[in-house]
Design a protein around this ligand. Structure first.
Ligand SMILES: [Fe+2]
Length: 291
């Protein structure tokens, strides 16, 4: 039995970009405090993931519970998978550009990274000139609801953005939908600048390295209009680069789940709903539980 709650231990987590692992041949990383060794077999190209186990006569490596390749990433379940990897129908649409936009290591709880991704109020300040702009700082009312199988969805979000995506030629009011699908997985759908009735998708798969460190893996699934995969990747890395120092300065580094914590400064509806969901689901890893 693991000391880590089943909702995390028996679920799927991204641990690497496939392209990077294929290039390097081998990598090491950490998931939920467990040391992992990733290898591409030189003969058949298969990807193997082993976990370091302490043994009486030194440490040994054993295969992890389960490994799958999806959306350009290596997914690992340390325990026994109790649910499938999150499914995104958009990624199966042939004309969309589905691509990894990179992996960024951040010295903060992954739950903080998810919460920041949900937070509309930071856009005009942290991403000024891109995902927001003063004086457009007011957050218009939106709806947050629980999802039937766990998680939350925020609909009716609308934000003025000067440069919503790499293909945006001018600013516009961007319609957004956010959804937390798993404790460490969040996705947003935002109106495409050229075809505003349809939405681009950006998912954040956060790898909990330790309780206070994570790697944020970014998946983008854009409508094809003039979009250049390299420009999308550069844009997302640039945006996340603006979030990173903000995230790393947050204290405490773990996310407090008490409804009273921090809300004088971060009165955000989706953030509150996210914390309630984590508390109700019994997520402790990366969190500070209610007193
Ligand atoms: Fe941000």
């Amino acid at each position: 039995m693991s000391r880590i709650e089943s909702i995390l231990w028996d679920d799927w987590h991204v641990v690497a970009e496939i392209a990077r692992l294929r290039r390097q041949g081998r990598m090491t990383t950490t998931l939920l405090g467990e040391s992992l060794r990733l290898r591409r077999d030189a003969n058949d190209g298969r990807i193997e993931v082993d976990r370091k186990r302490a043994a009486a006569d030194g440490s040994v490596y054993q295969p992890v519970g389960a490994v799958e390749l999806r959306y350009g990433f290596v997914w690992v379940c340390l325990g026994t998978p109790v649910r499938p990897i999150v499914d995104f129908a958009e990624c199966a649409e042939p004309k969309r550009l589905t691509a990894s936009a990179g992996s960024v290591r951040v010295a903060v709880s992954g739950l903080r990274a998810v919460e920041n991704f949900l937070d509309l109020s930071h856009l005009a300040f942290v991403h000024a000139g891109y995902l927001g702009e003063q004086p457009h700082t007011e957050i218009h009312p939106y709806t947050v609801e629980p999802l039937a199988h766990g998680g939350i969805i925020a609909t009716g979000c609308r934000v003025y953005q000067p440069k919503a995506s790499p293909v945006a030629a001018a600013g516009f009011d961007v319609d957004y939908i956010y959804s937390v699908l798993r404790p460490y997985i969040v996705v947003l759908y935002k109106a495409n600048p050229i075809e505003p009735r349809r939405k681009d998708m950006i998912a954040l798969f956060v790898q909990p390295v330790s309780e206070e460190t994570c790697v944020a893996h970014i998946l983008t699934c854009y409508l094809p209009h003039d979009a250049d995969p390299h420009a999308i990747r550069r844009f997302q890395q640039f945006i996340f680069g603006q979030d990173r120092p903000i995230l790393e300065n947050q204290l405490p580094k773990r996310l407090p789940l008490s409804p009273r914590a921090e809300f004088s400064v971060r009165a955000d509806k989706s953030s509150a709903a996210y914390r309630r969901y984590l508390a109700a689901a019994g997520v402790r890893y990366g969190a500070i539980a209610e007193a």
